[in-house]
Design a protein around this ligand. Structure first.
Ligand SMILES: NC(=O)c1ccc[n+]([C@@H]2O[C@H](COP(=O)([O-])OP(=O)(O)OC[C@H]3O[C@@H](n4cnc5c(N)ncnc54)[C@H](OP(=O)(O)O)[C@@H]3O)[C@@H](O)[C@H]2O)c1
Length: 324
């Protein structure tokens, strides 16, 4: 039994983390919810007990503790070093350490075997990346991937509590929105600021993180958009292989892949909200090119896209510790 903590326990990912830890009967002896001074003392329920929200301080951290991070990257950089230096394992959901060459970036179904049990920090990928690689990695059995093109339709909860509140207030009419940041009955075609090449930060994350997790470099053409959906990211994916591929073979491979449900029904984000599955839908060959597959990928961004993946990383880590 171990002591675990969630930093950002009052946010969307943190709250989902607490649900997932309970759903999966995570073997924790004691629990610490951490957040900002705005929430200090508020009560969080975990496994039928009340815990007051704390501000994260060195006294609260002990060797062997597992700490799940669910804060922004800037905040993570302030508390993560303190925890790793104290001998805790941090599994961080923010982008702060994802591309650090010394830090594993893990989706357990794809590269969980890299976890040794010696780590003090493991990064959880971006939500849109996690569901993509769960579908993409098994398809490497069909041949070498030449390039991937992806267009995303990302839910508002992916941008955290303030964004979800804005959607609600724009819907109610209590927040007059200017067209630049209106999400209700609208689509925002840039998630994060564009860089010098014109790629927004969500697109750069998808490109870099996908290649790091899959251990293979291929061009990835990403276009990311925020849509007025509460929860559940939807992705339209096109994969070009070096060789001809058959959609029936892709279906067979994905049906046998962990965490994946293959569908033909034209799934929507409502079908994946509050579930742990990655749905791969309408897998088809492109009529103009036998080496191209097209399909949709959907998942709950707060569960598999964040909290569930982080808890699965912790479970894999504990398995490796037990094997020592
Ligand atoms: N939302 C998603 O679908 C998703 C998916 C993958 C990854 N992520 C990443 O996960 C992280 C959390 O996202 P979110 O959507 O849960 O955001 P959120 O709903 O805005 O929650 C942010 C959390 O951070 C806490 N916090 C703020 N300042 C703090 C401080 N100084 N010390 C400790 N805690 C502090 C907040 O506490 P207070 O309530 O006290 O302010 C709150 O609990 C982000 O890095 C995000 O990029 C999110």
């Amino acid at each position: 039994m171990i002591t675990c903590g969630v930093v950002g326990a009052t946010g969307l990912v943190g709250e989902t983390m607490i649900k997932v830890l309970q759903d999966r009967s995570f073997p924790s002896l004691s629990f610490h919810p951490f957040a900002s001074d705005r929430s200090e003392g508020n009560i969080v329920r975990y496994k039928n007990r009340n815990y007051p929200v704390e501000i994260i301080r060195p006294e609260a951290i002990s060797k062997g503790m597992i700490i799940f991070g669910a804060t922004s990257a800037n905040i993570a950089k302030k508390w993560v070093p303190m925890c790793t230096e104290a001998g805790a394992l941090v599994i961080d959901n923010s982008s702060a350490y994802r591309m650090d060459p010394d830090v594993l970036l893990v989706v357990p179904e794809v590269n969980g075997h890299l976890i040794t049990g010696e780590e003090n920090l493991i990064a959880n990928p971006n939500c849109s990346t996690i569901q993509l690689v769960v579908a993409l990695a098994p398809l490497q059995q069909l041949g070498r991937i030449k390039w991937v093109s992806i267009a995303t339709y990302q839910a508002v909860s992916g941008a955290g509590t303030p964004a979800l509140e804005e959607l609600k207030r724009q819907h109610d009419g209590t927040l007059p929105a200017n067209p630049a940041n209106r999400i209700h009955e609208n689509i925002i075609t840039s998630i994060g600021h564009p860089d010098r090449d014109g790629c927004c930060s969500e697109e750069v994350k998808l490109m870099n993180e996908t290649c790091k997790i899959m251990g293979q470099h291929f061009p990835l053409f990403a276009s990311t958009a925020r849509v007025p959906v509460r929860t559940g990211h939807t992705e339209a994916v096109v994969v070009k292989f070096d060789n001809p591929v058959h959609r029936d073979e892709a279906v067979r491979i994905l049906e046998e892949s962990p965490g994946v449900i293959v569908s033909e029904s034209g799934s929507s984000p409502l079908d994946v909200e509050d579930t742990d599955i990655v749905v791969v839908d309408r897998i088809r060959n492109n009529p103009g090119d036998p080496s191209v597959l097209q399909f949709w990928v959907l998942a709950d961004n707060l569960r598999k896209g964040a909290a569930l993946n982080a808890v699965q990383i912790a479970e894999e880590y504990l398995t490796k510790i037990d094997m020592k």
